[in-house]
Design a protein around this ligand. Structure first.
Ligand code: MN
Length: 500
């Protein structure tokens, strides 16, 4: 990967874009990472460039791409955030700082913390673009996972599957979600992956390609006659979803993978319906499989026409017909919007942002996810999304770690005592001191998201200090302190009651 490839990509999306700063960022990163190597043996800068390229493919704005190139500098080189700010401005340095913060969130395989980690991930990002850079970074790491030791490989794949992929789905970024999931699938279930990949890539490939070619030929001729500009792609493969369906329905590959699927992208909405009409005159539709999500978008905002017809040889063939704009929204979700905003100021036309809940059983979603979904429907500006999420959904909440990496969700301004009681009543009662990020701190210190809190206990201590009531924030800590000190007072009183 070279910086020129990234520049070409940026220019293709936006020919007038000034790429000078991009070149400077490359020079800076190249020097900063000089001599460092990835586990693959490649120069480190390759990772930075690949991350930036993924962002350019997603049509990210220039500052996001620059932050992508610089994202590992504060943590892995001697250069600081201050230097980044001086050279590339406040916006870029804020993005890079955000990525550094997010990298502290790690999934350590404890199922019951998954939900909190997802929340924390969203709550700690100060800008939606931080999350997207983190996804691009992770995607490239997954692509080069082979060289890592098995344990680490598994941890990263598991973390991606549990934390990153669901958030990508939540933000409607299906394209990223599927790529991440297939890479994790390959590492976590290598046998099953190989079997399904073989069937998809080898056994079915020739048949599929020939068939799709045939359909394309017939259709293209007709569309040309009618003067409809279009591009036809066969759908993005997603092996992990085939695998999950096989498991859930206890079926074989052939029973799941039985439909050929094509996507047709056209210029505008009238053309969508025109193409639909042409397809239905060429081949007989299956009556129950026609869906007009343009007139009636899915609750999450997804728009497209879907129809399944008996194609050549009577084979079931599914078509999805949509405009370019609808396609970008469906693939990149909320991220698609900065593109429209940047390029032509078309943001106003976009009806809904998200493509989120489509495949999920809504009743099983945690409450906070529902709130985010509602927000997505109502917020038109991508950049305000995270701010709003934090304000409405995570209002006044912070997330801190125990030394083992467990996550605790506490109200803003919570103290080590609140943390101690949320871990266990005994830990609260016996609390004698606290370390925040390995430093001794007063017990009334205000905790901040991302901090690691360790409580020192005094085993001989029986009751908490009533003075703690002056600063604790949680109801739980308050109640427990009152309860215990009532007991302690009782004991004191007993001592003074003369024995008869
Ligand atoms: Mn990285």
């Amino acid at each position: 990967m070279t910086i020129e490839q990234i520049i070409t990509k940026v220019k293709k999306n936006n020919p007038k874009k000034d790429v000078e700063l991009l070149k400077l960022a490359y020079d800076f990163a190249e020097k900063a990472h000089k001599g460092q190597k990835r586990q693959t043996g490649e120069p480190y800068i390759q990772h930075s460039l690949h991350t930036a390229f993924i962002l350019a493919q997603m049509k990210a704005d220039i500052n996001t791409i620059i932050a992508g190139i610089l994202h590992d500098i504060p943590e892995d080189t001697k250069h600081t955030l201050g230097e980044i700010e001086k050279n590339f401005g406040k916006e870029v340095s804020t993005l890079v700082r955000g990525i550094t913060k997010l990298s502290k969130i790690k999934y350590r395989g404890v199922e019951r913390y998954v939900e909190s980690l997802r929340k924390m991930f969203l709550a700690m990002a100060n800008d939606l673009r931080v999350i997207i850079i983190k996804f691009a970074d992770r995607l490239h790491n997954l692509r080069t996972l082979d060289v890592l030791p098995e344990k680490k490989r598994e941890r990263i794949a598991r973390e991606t599957l549990e934390i990153y992929a669901p958030i990508a789905g939540l933000l409607g970024m299906w394209h990223l979600k599927w790529q991440m999931e297939d890479l994790c699938f390959k590492h976590l279930y290598p046998e099953e992956f190989k079997k399904i990949e073989y069937k998809y890539e080898v056994e079915k490939k020739v048949e599929r390609n020939q068939y799709i070619k045939k359909v394309k030929n017939i259709l293209n001729k007709k569309l040309k006659e009618e003067g409809v500009e279009n591009s036809i792609t066969s759908r993005f493969k997603h092996l992990f979803s085939i695998y999950k369906k096989m498991l859930a329905k206890k079926r074989k590959f052939d029973e799941i993978y039985d439909v050929f699927a094509l996507r047709i992208i056209v210029k505008n909405i009238p053309d969508c319906y025109k193409v639909l009409g042409i397809i239905h005159t060429l081949w007989k539709p299956k009556s129950d499989r026609f869906k007009d999500y343009i007139a009636l978008p899915k609750p999450n905002g997804y728009r497209s026409l879907h129809t399944t017809v008996y194609g050549p040889g009577g084979k079931a063939t599914e078509f999805q017909i949509r405009t370019k704009e609808m396609n970008n929204e469906a693939l990149y979700g909320i991220a698609a919007h900065w593109y429209y905003k940047e390029s032509e100021g078309r943001g106003k036309n976009i009806s809904a942002l998200n493509h989120v809940s489509g495949q999920v059983d809504k009743s099983k979603q945690p409450h906070w996810i529902k709130e985010i979904l509602d927000l997505q429907l109502n917020i038109k500006d991508t950049h305000d999304f995270i701010k709003q999420v934090k304000f409405d959904v995570f209002r006044d909440r912070i997330f801190v770690f125990s030394p083992k990496g467990d996550v605790y969700d506490l109200p803003e301004d919570a103290t080590p005592i609140d943390f101690a009681y949320s871990v266990h009543t005994d830990i609260g009662n016996k609390c004698a001191g606290a370390l925040i990020n390995d430093k001794m701190t007063p017990l009334d210190a205000k905790l901040k998201s991302g901090e690691v809190v360790e409580i020192i206990i005094d085993k001989n201590r029986k009751y908490p200090n009533r003075d703690w009531l002056k600063f604790v924030k949680t109801q739980k800590a308050r109640n427990k302190i009152k309860q215990s000190s009532r007991l302690s007072r009782l004991e004191t009183i007993k001592k003074f009651i003369p024995k008869i």
